[in-house]
Structure formats: C-alpha cells, structure tokens
Design a protein around this ligand. Structure first.
Ligand code: URA
Length: 181
C-alpha cells in the first residue's frame, strides 16, 4: 500500500516543486513502525539520494536514535513536503496544503502509536498553528487518538548546541512513553 502511495506522490503535480526536485523523498524505515518522525522538507542531500535525513542534520539525528535504542530500521521517517524547496527555503503554505494529504495517507497506512514532529514547521502543521518549539518541545498532545509531540529540528541543534541537552531528555522521554504503550 505504501508503494502505491509512493507512486502517486511521484506522479503528483499539485505544486510546482516536482519541476525542480531531483528525487522524490517519500520516507523510509519500518512500514510497521510504532513511531513515526516527521520533519519539514528534503534538503540537498535528501534530494540527491531520495532518502530523508541523510545530510548533516540527519546524521546528528541518527545519534539520538542510537542513544535511545531506536535504530533507524525500527522507526519510520518522513517529511511534510516530499520534494525539496529550492535553496532549502521554508515550505510555502500552498506547498504544505498540496502535500499534506499524502502524509495523512502515509500515517494512516503505517498507523504508528506515536508521532514525533521534528522542528517548528512540522509541529505547527501537525500539532497547532500556535505551537512554540522553544516552550513546548517535549509536551504531549493528542491528534486523532494518537499521542504526538515535537522535538527540536536537528538543524537547530547544529546551529545552537546548547539545545542538545533538551533534545536528549525529550528523546529519552519519547522512548519511555513508547515502551509503556
Ligand atoms: N530536514 C528535514 O526537515 N527533512 C529532511 O529530510 C532533511 C532535513
């Protein structure tokens, strides 16, 4: 079922980003994952490889996954947008609107027990428009009967290493919650 959705995304022309992308970045990981991480949009390396979170931010994120004993193969990772915005600019609201149904279908198929937003843009889209990442990272919400939280985007940790301690605490709490569900 995910393969069918991936093919639909590859054919999608609902916004113009397909014209400038090199590869669709659909999502990767365990199709039966209990936990799904959702970032913002592919960057350059992701666009080149077709795989989410493989650049510098992704490599840092892998270290947190490893630290809390959640190997990449056990989780599923996707983004709000499946095509790279030129020069890594923020997604436009119209692009998010055009792409979000694909993500909703992806969530429905994977049916994770927990969703974790990676960063502000994902949290604003999936938790609440008023979400404030510096204040609300690590807080739990419920959407469609499913626990959802947000952590700092790994790029924010690269820019501001002082946030790394909070990230580790949040990731530990996420793993602990997952273990109780
Ligand atoms: N940043 C994101 O939000 N997603 C990626 O896949 C890579 C970087």
């Amino acid at each position: 079922m995910l393969e069918k959705l991936k093919n639909e995304c590859a054919e999608c022309r609902a916004c113009p980003l397909w014209e400038t992308r090199k590869n669709l970045v659909f999502g990767t990981g365990n199709e039966k994952a209990d936990i799904m991480f959702i970032g913002e949009a592919p960057g350059q390396q992701e666009d080149e490889t077709g795989v989410p979170f493989v650049g510098a931010a992704g490599q840092l994120f892998d270290r947190y996954l490893f630290a809390v004993d959640l190997p990449r193969e056990s989780v599923y990772i996707a983004n709000i947008l499946k095509c790279r915005p030129p020069r890594n600019r923020d997604p436009l609201p119209a692009e998010e609107d055009a792409c979000i149904e694909h993500l909703y279908k992806q969530i429905e198929i994977i049916n994770p027990k927990i969703i974790v937003c990676l960063g502000r843009i994902s949290a604003k889209r999936l938790i609440s428009e008023s979400f404030m990442i510096t204040k609300q990272h690590g807080e739990w919400f419920e959407k469609n009967g499913r626990p959802i939280t947000a952590v700092y985007h790994p790029s924010a940790l690269l820019r501001d290493p002082a946030k790394k301690a909070d990230m580790l605490e949040d990731m530990k709490a996420i793993k602990a919650k997952l273990d109780t569900i």
